[in-house]
Design a protein around this ligand. Structure first.
Ligand SMILES: CC(C)(COP(=O)(O)OP(=O)(O)OC[C@H]1O[C@@H](n2cnc3c(N)ncnc32)[C@H](O)[C@@H]1OP(=O)(O)O)[C@@H](O)C(=O)NCCC(=O)NCCS
Length: 161
């Protein structure tokens, strides 16, 4: 398989429309433009794109959330949420998805000190489940009817500590 050169970088505002376009080409979970803008405004450093030549071919976008723990004393902990990741079909299996994930996971740890990262994935999306497992994620829950068409989601989680 031919190797390609690509760069992983923070998204720019002018690239949000292209990210939205890739999302709509690849995934059934789509969002209005303001959703991308809100993630861009709040979590730009964990909203990354993959560029090859002058073309954006993939993205990963995230949110930092809080989870409450009660033991030994109540406190909030920071948690990373992978909201969406996609690579255009003709650029898959070249390591771009892994590079996007490795960079964003490392940024969530370094910049936000998150204790774990989680995501939702369709129970039928075997390729993505294998991809996340290879990165160290484990299935931690199943949410019935999570998707609009009624399909269940697995919650997959990567614990850092
Ligand atoms: C999931 C997704 C983002 C992965 O992106 P990708 O760029 O193909 O990811 P990678 O190339 O890093 O890894 C994919 C596979 O290629 C293999 N691979 C990685 N680098 C490679 C290389 N240089 N040459 C050949 N194969 C390679 C990996 O081993 C991996 O194998 P696996 O399927 O057993 O895990 C992509 O398939 C996608 O966009 N899917 C549709 C959207 C989707 O399902 N998103 C997740 C929703 S929850």
């Amino acid at each position: 398989m031919k190797r390609i050169e690509y760069t992983i970088k923070e998204v720019e505002h002018s690239e949000l429309a292209r990210v939205k376009e890739i999302n709509e080409l690849v995934l059934p979970e789509n969002y209005p433009f303001f959703f991308y803008e809100t993630l861009y405004q709040n979590y730009k450093d964990v909203f990354l794109v993959a560029e090859t030549g002058n073309k954006i071919v993939g993205y990963v976008m995230c949110r930092i959330e809080r989870d409450v723990v009660f033991q030994p004393l109540p406190r909030f902990k920071k948690v990373g949420h992978i909201v969406s990741i996609a690579v255009l079909p003709e650029y898959r299996n070249k390591g771009i998805g892994t590079a996007l994930m490795n960079e964003v996971l490392s940024r969530m740890r370094r910049y936000y000190d998150v204790e774990y990262v989680y995501l939702e994935v369709r129970v039928s999306n075997e390729g993505a489940i294998r991809f996340y497992r290879r990165l160290g994620f484990k299935i931690t829950n199943r949410v019935k009817g999570y998707y609009r068409d009624g399909e269940d989601a697995y919650i997959m989680t990567l614990y850092f500590q």
